[in-house]
Design a protein around this ligand. Structure first.
Ligand code: PA5
Length: 487
């Protein structure tokens, strides 16, 4: 059984003028077809995939031997250590956290029964707040902890800083072979992390073991590459997750818009964005375990489609396309918000129903939960009712209320949350985001907007190699701080 998509709540027959009409859909079919043909053409071409950072598309079909090797390695690490300290940020963190919360038992770290014989997993290096890492390292036993550092570039400040702190801690507490408790996942050739790995691995081949990231896979699209070791350590079947992603890849390459969920999702949301100014994308799973998947989607949509410039495509002598930032300023992209039912029905939902009508809600529903609860005889309407039933009616009610208020929503239903359906889900969102980028005519696979804060930090921290124009830009344009507005 596969994920089911219900787009009815986005149309005018439910929403009147706020919904997509048949006429509008017809008007955009041509654009959707062009987007499909362009993206599908690129995805089929290895050279184009690698050059344009589209190689993520091929991750579900990765070499089986490599997958088995990673699964085995994960089991070995799990058998030796009580704790995993996973360092990384953005795409080097959010997918792992999403998988962990979706596919493992709730309270996995807290209860040994929930973990089976697997290690606890702690995520760090995703912030520069000193509190959490300090407390964590004070409480973990370095001899029983395995450190995984994930950074595609190997240059990210948050991850590098945490890695240095963790290495110092290991060195002090785990003895001279501490390097054997370290694993790195990074670019095969460049970056500081790669240099450290090569140096330490050269001294002791058992130390700083590593897996390379595949070329042409951007951070936020890389869960099925850099997240695999983590999945293997916690005992998730890589085969199952990849099979789900593969199944969804097939569905999302269907040339018929009506049969291609990712293209349809991207198209309808793009029409609502362009024609009705629906610029907020609220992802609301009715499942506590999928909340982190919604957080993962925030990065995926925001970094992929939040772009200033329209894309200019040029064809190079190798016959492949090159994408450049064009001259036309778009400042586009829907703003993603993650919420969860039913928790956020008591917060954001008021605004969803009565605030500005500028948002589209995507619900994620779960058909069957692993556990259920029956309410005892309370002598009122709740008596004997199942939790799963209440949750389902709450979602239906939210959909109805939005619909009644003329507010668009759509629903994705997972038959149950397991490796296969989760693989399908994340791959669906990756494909939908890629199509949305095509429809906007932007480069969905870079993130130039993230650079300015980094440049500022590097300049202030005196990192060697800062370009003169960057320094001038920072020095010449300070934030104006008037005393009268500081009190
Ligand atoms: O999508 C991306 O490429 C980025 O958001 C990265 O995931 C994020 O910046 C972390 O980068 P790195 O893995 O190089 O440390």
């Amino acid at each position: 059984m596969s994920i089911k998509f219900d787009f009815n709540g986005l149309f005018d027959f439910n929403l009147g003028k706020n919904g997509v009409s048949k006429k509008e859909l017809k008007k955009y079919y041509g654009t959707a077809k062009t987007a499909y043909l362009h993206l599908a053409g690129l995805l089929k071409n290895k050279g184009a995939r690698v050059k344009l950072a589209l190689e993520w598309f091929n991750l579900p079909a990765q070499d089986r031997k490599l997958i088995l090797k990673i699964q085995k390695l994960g089991n070995e690490i799990a058998g030796k250590y009580e704790n995993i300290l996973s360092l990384g940020i953005g795409g080097s963190y959010l997918g792992l956290k999403a998988a962990q919360d979706a596919l493992l038992s709730p309270y996995y770290n807290d209860f040994s029964e929930a973990r089976g014989k697997r290690p606890r997993v702690y995520f760090e290096g995703n912030n520069l707040d000193p509190e959490t890492l300090t407390v964590l390292l004070k409480n973990l036993n370095p001899k029983k902890t395995f450190v995984i550092c994930i950074s595609k570039s190997g240059e990210t400040t948050e991850t590098k800083a945490a890695f240095e702190i963790a290495l110092g801690w290991l060195k002090k507490g785990a003895g001279k072979n501490y390097g054997r408790q370290v694993f790195a996942i990074t670019d095969p050739k460049s970056g500081t992390l790669r240099k450290i790995v090569n140096r330490e691995n050269g001294k002791d081949p058992l130390a700083f073991k590593n897996l390379p990231l595949l070329e042409g896979v951007g951070g936020r699209f890389s869960e099925l590459n850099m997240g695999l070791l983590h999945l293997a350590i916690v005992g998730i079947s890589l085969k199952e997750v990849l099979a789900g992603a593969r199944a969804m890849a097939g569905r999302c390459l269907n040339p018929e818009v009506n049969k291609n969920p990712a293209l349809m999702y991207a198209l309808l949301h793009s029409i609502l964005h362009k024609e009705k100014r629906m610029n907020l994308a609220i992802l609301m799973p009715f499942s506590e375990q999928l909340k982190s998947t919604a957080d993962w989607y925030i990065q995926l949509l925001a970094e992929s489609t939040g772009k200033k410039f329209e894309r200019t495509i040029i064809r190079e002598s190798d016959g492949l396309e090159k994408w450049l930032a064009g001259k036309k300023v778009l400042n586009t992209g829907r703003t993603p918000v993650s919420a969860r039912g039913t928790n956020d029905l008591h917060s954001i939902q008021q605004n969803n129903i009565e605030g500005e009508n500028n948002k589209v809600v995507t619900f994620i529903k779960v058909g069957k939960f692993k556990h259920d609860l029956v309410i005892p005889d309370t002598r009122d309407f709740l008596a004997g009712k199942k939790y799963s039933k209440l949750l389902s009616i709450a979602q239906e009610g939210t959909e109805w209320a939005l619909n009644r208020a003329g507010r668009p929503s759509c629903t994705l239903t997972l038959p149950e949350v397991n490796g296969f359906s989760w693989g399908e889900l994340i791959f669906f969102f990756e494909m939908a985001t890629a199509y949305e980028g095509e429809l906007l005519n932007i480069n969905a696979f870079d993130q130039p907007g993230v650079e300015s804060y980094k440049n500022y930090m590097f300049y202030k921290l005196k990192k060697p190699g800062i370009k003169l124009e960057v320094a001038k830009e920072i020095e010449g344009n300070p934030v104006v701080k008037k005393d009268k507005y500081i009190f």
